[in-house]
Design a protein around this ligand. Structure first.
Ligand SMILES: NC(=O)c1ccc[n+]([C@@H]2O[C@H](COP(=O)([O-])OP(=O)(O)OC[C@H]3O[C@@H](n4cnc5c(N)ncnc54)[C@H](O)[C@@H]3O)[C@@H](O)[C@H]2O)c1
Ligand SMILES: [Zn+2]
Ligand SMILES: [Zn+2]
Length: 341
């Protein structure tokens, strides 16, 4: 089968012929139809410090996919050959306190598809039955290939109640843009999205942001006035991973405001602790997707009219992966789908 892999340490990827994985008794073999490129895949391609300390080549990369079940192990029930599925890319232990309590997304023994074990950027992917998520046929396969990051957006955007609230989203990457659509759908009064990249800000507008603001040029305080906000933002979703964005968010939150942190802020980042304490802010770290409440929520939100179509800006045949990764790394894209069918 064709597979995109990190063959050895250092930057770059190759497409190579690899053996089709063999499903065990509890596994499902999936013929991959479409995959989408994640920031994680970009880190692995460019071989940054995180990738160098995490990835053990040779490794087939990728974890965002949609495909068709072609084979099932003898212990698999409730799924069908031919069914269209996506899947959770975090494989959990199923035995620890968090797993047994239904908090599987917080399992400390998690393995990542395309990170710690062979991934989805290939003609076939083998997954444990518990990680397979059947996709409603009404949902397009392009969108289904983005369930993983959509799940990050849904998990973060639904953590705090946004109905009638003024919401600030820092970072108009694919996840920030999808979160903007979700907050509008969920009844926020206004959704302000910030970034420093004009392409991404335009995408945020297409996804329903009330205002998309270039913080390298324009003032967030002026925007608050324009939107007739009296005291500051009620809910903040940090989706840039940039310490300056988090500092700015803390600065413009209303007292008692709530912040959900998805972006991976570096350990050494400085924030104004006095503001956090005196404003009585709540900060909540968000990891992955709830298994499987987030998967349920995103499926029904899409069926109920949540429109995230504009987030898919480009499609490439899998063979053109190099061009697709270069475009992703340029910052001039939303989600990029690789077609395997
Ligand atoms: N916690 C988790 O489980 C989890 C899962 C997936 C992704 N993430 C993280 O979530 C974040 C969002 O993911 P993504 O794929 O959309 O990332 P992305 O890197 O594509 O988007 C981040 C955006 O932030 C913008 N940005 C940079 N500086 C800024 C500033 N000062 N103010 C506002 N915006 C600024 C960038 O221009 C970019 O468009 C990333 O940090 C990613 O690592 C976390
Ligand atoms: Zn991802
Ligand atoms: Zn566990």
């Amino acid at each position: 089968m064709r597979a995109i892999l990190k063959e050895s340490t250092g930057p770059g990827l190759v497409m190579k012929d690899m053996p089709v994985p063999e499903p065990g008794a509890d596994d499902v073999l999936i013929r991959v139809l479409k995959t989408s490129i994640c920031g994680t895949d970009v880190h692995i391609d460019t071989w940054d410090a995180w990738a160098a300390s995490t990835i053990k080549p040779p490794m087939i990369i990728g974890h965002e996919f949609v495909g068709e079940i072609v084979e099932m192990g003898s212990h698999v029930e409730g799924l069908k050959v031919g069914e269209i599925v996506s899947g959770e890319g975090h494989l959990v232990c199923g035995k620890c306190r968090n797993c047994l309590s239904g908090r599987m997304h917080l399992c400390p023994h998690t393995f990542g598809v395309g990170v710690n074990r062979q991934g989805a950027f290939a003609d076939f992917l083998c997954l444990p039955k518990t990680n397979v998520w059947p996709v409603n046929p009404a949902i397009s396969q392009d969108i289904a290939s983005c369930f993983d990051p959509l799940g990050n957006a849904v998990h973060t955007a639904t953590y705090f109640d946004v109905l009638g609230e003024d919401v600030l989203i820092t970072g108009a990457g694919p996840i920030g843009c999808m979160a903007a659509a979700i907050c509008r759908h969920a009844g926020a009064r206004s959704v302000v999205v910030t970034d420093v990249n004009p392409y991404r800000l335009e995408l945020a507008r297409k996804m329903g942001a009330t205002v998309a603001l270039d913080v390298s040029k324009d003032s967030l305080l002026e925007t608050e006035k324009l939107l007739d906000m009296k005291e500051g933002f009620d809910v903040g979703l940090e989706m840039s991973g940039n310490p300056a964005a988090l500092r700015q968010m803390i600065d413009v939150m209303f007292s008692g405001g709530r912040i959900a942190l998805l972006g991976i802020i570096p350990a050494e980042a400085q924030v104004d602790w006095t503001s956090i304490i005196f404003k009585g802010l709540t900060l909540k770290g968000i990891y992955g997707r709830k298994m499987y409440e987030t998967w349920y929520k995103m499926s029904v939100l899409l069926q109920g009219g949540l429109n995230i179509e504009p987030i898919i800006t480009h499609r490439f045949p899998a063979e053109s992966y190099r061009e697709a990764f270069d475009l992703m790394e340029s910052g001039k894209s939303g989600k990029i789908v690789l077609e395997w069918d």
